[in-house]
Design a protein around this ligand. Structure first.
Ligand code: KG4
Ligand code: ZN
Length: 351
């Protein structure tokens, strides 16, 4: 049994969690997430403000996570912290704090990859969300389609060539006059819209694509965003059209996410699909994926919104696995704005 104190500060959430147990049976003892509301004023995350907010929040957030778990520093075996990818200034706050804490307590520190964290989030709630599975990670910064043969062994099937799925939601929301972050506002608006009133082509998806083609698993959302911009500009009555445009946008984006994920599951003969990242909060996506998965003989696992968006619990769950594998980082641990997910295996067999 290992008990980890985990810290996440890669973007605009300061979060801490206590996670214990084993990698194949993690248990969440506490989770505190402090969302930085201030960025809404600016319609996007302002990096320097994010760093400063983390700096004031990190100590009380960690104290609260320990208090909620009724644990003290003595009960902790290791400190885990997101060290990549993300806003470097924001990451540095968590990494510096975690290193200093580990040093003063004489305990190990582990750097965790944020996207590996998203992969582990669902396992905290569903014991069956374990490898092998096909994973679709859709967040504000990333869109990754992975085949997960085992924890720590990830085959990258596809990724976005431009905007991430969440970024496409956020940018589309902005140009439709909706608040930031826009994903849930688009989803709510789309629920009032009619399918087919505004038809946008499904991005980077067509029936002629074959396994082995470069675009078979990859994503691209910037063209869809431009198509929405044109529809907004050309609309004669935007108040009337907005729900239908939102619906058309969401239908097209979800159709691509679902089709490519199912392609991956079928190609690798996986009967489990795991979703992660903030866009996995979207019920329309989850329901569409569940329907398509059941046709393909697969089950899907999606995290609850609290674990889908950025949080330290998922970092703790991934850290349990890395700790068991023997990972220990020392004073040299650094922050990186980009870094490939660890454990990538060659893609050739799958493509
Ligand atoms: O994983 P996350 O919290 O942060 C990153 O690591 O980026 O994801 C945030 C993203 C934002 O783009 C947000 O608009 C999107 O998740 N999101 C949604 C929904 N809820 C959050 N997108 C679509 N539908 C939603 N209901
Ligand atoms: Zn994230």
């Amino acid at each position: 049994m290992t008990r980890i104190l985990a810290i996440e500060s890669s973007c605009d959430e300061t979060s801490a969690a206590v996670v214990s147990g084993r990698a194949d049976a993690p248990s969440l003892e506490s989770l505190v997430i402090l969302s930085q509301d201030v960025h809404r004023i600016f319609g996007g995350v302002v990096p320097e403000i994010a760093s400063r907010e983390h700096l004031t929040a990190v100590v009380p957030v960690v104290r609260q996570a320990l208090a909620d778990a009724s644990r003290g520093f003595d009960d902790i075996d290791a400190i885990a912290v997101t060290h990549a990818p993300g806003l470097v200034g924001a990451l540095l706050v968590g990494v510096s704090y975690a290193k200093a804490l580990a040093q003063s307590l004489g305990k190990p520190v582990l750097g965790v990859h944020h996207m590996e964290g998203h992969l582990f989030a669902t396992a905290l709630e569903h014991p069956d969300a374990a490898p092998p599975f096909t994973a679709l990670l859709v967040s504000g910064g990333h869109t990754l389609l992975l085949d997960v043969e085992a924890w720590g062994s990830y085959r990258l099937l596809g990724e976005t060539r431009d905007d991430a799925a969440g970024e496409a939601f956020d940018k589309t929301a902005k140009l439709m006059g909706l608040p930031y972050p826009g994903g849930r506002h688009i989803e709510a608006l789309a629920a009032q819209g009619e399918s087919g009133r505004f038809k946008f082509s499904k991005p980077m998806l067509n029936g002629g694509q074959k396994p082995g083609d470069d675009d078979y698993y990859d994503f691209s959302f910037s063209g869809l965003k431009t198509a929405v911009l044109l529809a907004v500009r050309e609309s004669e009555d935007l108040e009337r059209d907005r729900p239908h445009i939102a619906r058309g946008f969401q239908d097209a984006l979800i159709a691509t996410l679902v089709a490519k994920t199912i392609r991956g599951a079928r190609a690798l003969k996986r009967n489990r699909i795991v979703l992660g990242g903030g866009v996995a909060c979207n019920r329309t996506l989850v329901d569409a994926m569940a329907a398509a998965a059941s046709d393909a003989g697969a089950r899907i696992f999606a995290p609850t919104p609290r674990l889908a968006t950025d949080n330290a619990a998922m970092i703790g769950a991934a850290a349990l696995f890395r700790f068991e594998r023997g990972q220990r980082d020392g004073a040299a641990l650094n922050a990186h704005s980009t870094l490939p997910i660890p454990g990538l295996v060659a893609a050739t067999a799958a493509r």
